[in-house]
Design a binder for this molecule. Structure first.
Ligand code: SF4
Length: 183
């Protein structure tokens, strides 16, 4: 193989492994063949969304069957009920909530920031205990959203940013992906 071809092969193999680059390129995430993976519980069939629904995905159920899923529902872990009012991050994104610069407010006007922080820490503890390096989380949630979340104005618009748990897991060094990028 020529030096140029070797370099191309290396680049092609390496680029998709860098989360930021992969996100920019819109490259999908591949579920690794082994190891524990943090997964939003609603993706594995648990009816824990704010509307008491599951958002079941086949790959998540398979990870559970293989004993490799670390299921987390940060909002329930933070003490919120099922069902519960929808909530959005107001004044920033998940990283801003972690830094005390933004709050999570429910559509009924309650400040639920502390519940979201508690849930995020619970998920991070579970990830650490399991030795997980990858988390695949439900898109657009103020907890689990990765890369895009609701605007904070309850107007159906989206903004760039992560949910609180996604942001904390990233800070903890995990690769975090949205369920919508799973192949
Ligand atoms: S907090 Fe995450 S796991 Fe729980 S229902 Fe919302 S998206 Fe699903």
């Amino acid at each position: 193989m020529s030096e140029l071809r070797l370099q191309q092969a290396f680049t092609e193999a390496w680029l998709p492994r860098v989360p930021e680059v992969r996100a920019q390129l819109g490259v999908s995430v591949e579920i690794p063949a082994e190891g524990r993976v943090v997964v939003s519980a609603c993706l594995a069939g648990v009816a824990c969304t704010h509307e008491a629904e599951a958002k079941t995905r086949e790959w998540a159920v398979k990870l559970v069957a293989e004993g490799r899923a670390v299921l987390v529902c940060p909002e329930v872990a933070g003490g919120l009920p099922i069902p519960r009012p929808a909530a959005e991050i107001v004044g920033g994104d998940g990283a801003d909530v972690l830094g005390g610069r933004a709050k999570v407010i429910s559509e009924t006007g309650d400040d639920v920031t502390q519940s979201y922080l508690t849930g995020a820490r619970t998920a991070a503890d579970a990830a650490r205990a399991a030795g997980a390096q990858l988390a695949i989380l439900k898109a657009r949630s103020p907890s689990c959203g990765c890369g895009a979340i609701h605007s904070g104005a309850f107007d159906g618009e989206m903004r760039e940013g992560d949910g609180v748990t996604a942001a904390l897991l990233k800070e903890e060094g995990l690769e975090v992906a949205s369920d919508e990028t799973v192949e």
